[in-house]
Design a protein. Structure first.
Length: 197
């Protein structure tokens, strides 16, 4: 059995796989990441690699390697994000702007964690044989926030359990979120990108 590589080696592997012109949105380059690795600033190097991956195409395998590095460094949210991004590379990306109803409007009573654990139902326009709405499950990740509460709005990413049933969506479409039959939120699709599978 081959020994598992340590987090530091895994970070170097991902950095070495990136093209030299890959950079974060604010211009941090792969060279800068290598300098962080050289200084043994492992968590900083991990964060920069994730930022580069969020703006530069990265294969699913690199996301898996980053997820393992995060696991070894005990960065649980970072691990889950890298696993999420690996899934998006394979199955596609659905992003939307979600507005939750307030509690007084019949919405949720509490906030939910935004790190890919909530699995609500969505009305995305599909219908049953009888013409009723066919609700589809998609796991939800809130961008740039730890949680989302009643009456709040945020950009979200959705990981459908049956991605093929979501392929008809396009930017501008409106979908609704359900946790039972009543609507608890409305979302406008921002982006739909196909995966590699």
């Amino acid at each position: 059995m081959q020994p598992m590589e340590d987090a530091f080696t895994l970070l170097r592997q991902v950095a070495d796989r990136l093209p030299e012109d890959a950079a974060t949105a604010n211009g941090v380059t792969v060279r800068d990441v290598r300098e962080e690795i050289g200084r043994q600033a492992w968590e900083s190097a991990f964060g920069l690699l994730v930022e580069i991956g969020d703006v530069h195409p990265v294969p699913a395998e690199s996301w898996k390697v980053l997820a393992e590095a995060a696991r070894q460094m005990m960065l649980d949210r970072g691990r889950r994000w890298c696993e999420w991004r690996a899934g998006e590379v394979r199955h596609g990306t659905v992003r939307a702007r979600l507005s939750l109803l307030g509690t007084e409007e019949g919405g949720r009573r509490t906030a939910f964690a935004g790190d890919g654990r909530l699995r609500p139902l969505w009305d995305i326009g599909n219908r049953t044989a009888q013409g009723e709405p066919a609700l589809n499950v998609a796991v939800l990740w809130v961008e740039y926030a730890d949680e989302l509460g009643p009456g709040e709005t945020a950009d979200v990413r959705l990981a459908p359990l049956s991605p093929e049933q979501w392929r008809h969506l396009k930017a501008g479409d409106t979908i609704t979120m359900h946790e039972a039959r009543p609507v608890v939120g409305t979302a406008t699709v921002i982006e739909v990108e196909p995966g590699t599978v």
